[in-house]
Write a protein that binds this ligand. Structure first.
Ligand SMILES: NC(=O)c1ccc[n+]([C@@H]2O[C@H](COP(=O)([O-])OP(=O)(O)OC[C@H]3O[C@@H](n4cnc5c(N)ncnc54)[C@H](OP(=O)(O)O)[C@@H]3O)[C@@H](O)[C@H]2O)c1
Length: 312
């Protein structure tokens, strides 16, 4: 792949930037980990010394030095930096969610188009063969028996568990499971059901949100999302049903670094062929649109978004 990007830099200096993006790039035989940049050059130097490459004084200095950037930053920091990198002609490997508001997501989509670059959003589940094989199988079943009619998904993180690396993540505390785990659930359902047209939602304890989704053509699905599940109550599952039966999302067994390496390969293929990746900026924008609609629904006064149950 002569036109595939080879020199990669990581924007971000936190846990995920070092242990997933950096580690996967350092181990990839076909790319070079050029280095890291964040808001603090000393942190970039510390991570580069530990993982590989060199430290850059600023994100712009790193963008200048590479063919592609991967971003492991809070989503509201990621979106404008990704747009800048794309407009500078750098391919972008993004994290979920693409952004925390639709205007920022739209700008990334526009920047990717204007910069004529490749983009992939690392929605973890879509980069593991157990899951992609299952989705292909379900696609074949739907083609044979008819479209899926509904799905139920729970995605629950446990960031309050001792030692969890995301306990101090400010954007997670502020935006909750809706924005952190919601993109994972939507990435799986998005591969099985038509686009979401309407949403409604209710709240649970802490950050828990329960969402009802109405899809084009009539299918309906439900999500239960949190990132503060009690110890022993975390974990994820998804079930889909229709004329082809009822099916559970399988677990994947590979490491996150193996999945991220596949995302790197998909970005390189998209850059070399000019074919947009199905997990590209448009798919990331679609998830943001759904999550923003849920947030807008939840912002309504309870009396306007719910119907009280009559009691004697
Ligand atoms: N695909 C997956 O399964 C998966 C898993 C984990 C994370 N992620 C994604 O990776 C991204 C980063 O996640 P994370 O958990 O590492 O997030 P985080 O802990 O909240 O933040 C990551 C780093 O960004 C820097 N940072 C924080 N606030 C900043 C700000 N206002 N301006 C500039 N830099 C700032 C901090 O690094 P310094 O303190 O060193 O500056 C921080 O360590 C998120 O989009 C998340 O969803 C994805």
């Amino acid at each position: 792949m002569s036109d595939a990007p080879r020199r990669f830099g990581v924007l971000g200096t936190g846990h995920w930037a070092a242990t997933c993006h950096g580690a996967a790039l350092a181990a990839h035989p076909d790319v070079e980990l050029v280095g890291f940049a964040g808001r603090d050059p000393a942190r970039a130097a510390e991570v580069a010394a530990r993982v590989g490459g060199r430290a850059f004084a600023s994100p712009d200095e790193l963008i200048d030095a590479v063919d592609a950037v991967t971003l492991a930053l809070p989503p509201h920091v990621q979106a404008p930096l990704a747009a800048r990198a794309a407009r500078a002609g750098r391919h972008v490997l993004l994290e979920k969610p693409l952004a925390l508001d639709l205007a920022a997501a739209d700008d990334v989509v526009a920047a990717v188009r204007e910069g004529a670059v490749a983009a992939v959003v690392h929605t973890t589940y879509l980069f593991h063969p157990e899951v992609t094989g299952w989705l292909e199988h379900l696609g074949a079943l739907a083609a044979e028996h008819g479209p899926w009619e509904g799905a139920l998904a729970r995605w629950a993180g446990t960031i309050d568990a001792p030692g969890n690396p995301y306990g101090a993540s400010a954007w997670r505390r502020e935006s909750g499971g809706l924005w952190d785990t919601g993109p994972h659930a939507l990435s799986v359902l998005g591969a099985l059901l038509p686009p979401v047209e309407r949403v409604s939602a209710g709240r649970g304890v802490r950050d828990a949100v329960n969402v009802a989704l109405e899809h084009a053509g009539g299918a309906g699905s439900a999500l239960s999302l949190t990132l503060t599940a009690p110890a022993g109550a975390g974990g994820s599952f998804a079930t889909v049903w229709g004329p082809g039966g009822r099916h559970d999302l399988p677990r994947f067994h590979g490491t996150v670094q193996e999945g991220f390496r596949r995302a790197v390969d998909r970005l390189r293929t998209s850059a070399a062929t000019g074919e947009p990746d199905p997990a590209g900026a448009a798919a990331g924008r679609e998830a943001v649109a759904v999550l923003a609609a849920v947030e807008a629904h939840l912002a309504r006064p309870p009396a306007e978004r719910t119907t009280a149950v009559a009691r004697r």
